[in-house]
Design a protein around this ligand. Structure first.
Ligand SMILES: C[S@@+](CC[C@H](N)C(=O)[O-])C[C@H]1O[C@@H](n2cnc3c(N)ncnc32)[C@H](O)[C@@H]1O
Length: 182
């Protein structure tokens, strides 16, 4: 079960370029295959969505809070970004619809058996899911409190239980990244 949902009044903080010290654009693009129809799971203000959009046909920006989409619309989104208000555990996509998906700093907010089962349903066979998030084993200097985070091993076990194959996984000072294949 995820821990909490991001406070929209703090949306400006998500646009802070110092965030690249935790996850760069190159790292994110290397985590999954950003081609075809992809989804950003918990897209927020679109800080990372903007960097994926040039490589994909369509990016579904999925967020449970329409306030976050409002912020992103006002900021200005690329033409191939489609806004979707939905819980990750209940996605309005057909079976096997997505060619790939990614999530940045949000896994700890949506993780549940239902959400991972839903991702297994909507990603086509062989599609890649890239996840970057704060790690429970981190220093806790920034981001959510460490007791509101998952460790890399927790995420790997949950994804494996949901039917994914984890192909790459790395825990760092404050974050983890992983690539899982449906
Ligand atoms: C910490 S923000 C990160 C936003 C963005 N991924 C980034 O890195 O800039 C988490 C976002 O995920 C959304 N979110 C949280 N739980 C969610 C869920 N269960 N389903 C869909 N969106 C969710 C929140 O509304 C918020 O906009």
């Amino acid at each position: 079960m995820g821990f909490h949902t991001y406070d929209p009044s703090r949306a400006d903080n998500l646009e802070d370029p110092t965030r690249y010290q935790y996850l760069s654009v190159d790292e994110l693009l290397a985590l999954f295959d950003p081609q075809g129809t992809v989804a950003d799971l918990g897209s927020g203000t679109g800080f990372y969505t903007d960097h994926v959009a040039p490589y994909a046909e369509t990016v579904h920006a999925v967020d449970v809070q329409d306030e976050m989409h409002e912020y992103y619309r006002e900021k200005g989104a690329p033409d191939n970004v489609e806004f979707v208000v939905a819980e990750i555990a209940d996605l309005p996509f057909a079976d096997d619809q997505l060619d790939g998906a990614f999530s940045t700093m949000t896994y700890h907010e949506f993780a549940s058996d239902e959400a991972l089962g839903e991702l297994a349903r909507v990603l086509r066979p062989d599609a890649l899911l890239g996840i970057a998030d704060w790690t429970r084993n981190g220093e806790g200097g920034e981001g959510p409190p460490t007791d509101e985070r998952y460790a890399l091993q927790d995420a790997m076990d949950a994804l494996t239980d949901a039917g994914f194959t984890v192909e790459h996984a790395s825990e760092r000072r404050e974050t983890f990244v992983l690539r899982a294949r449906r």
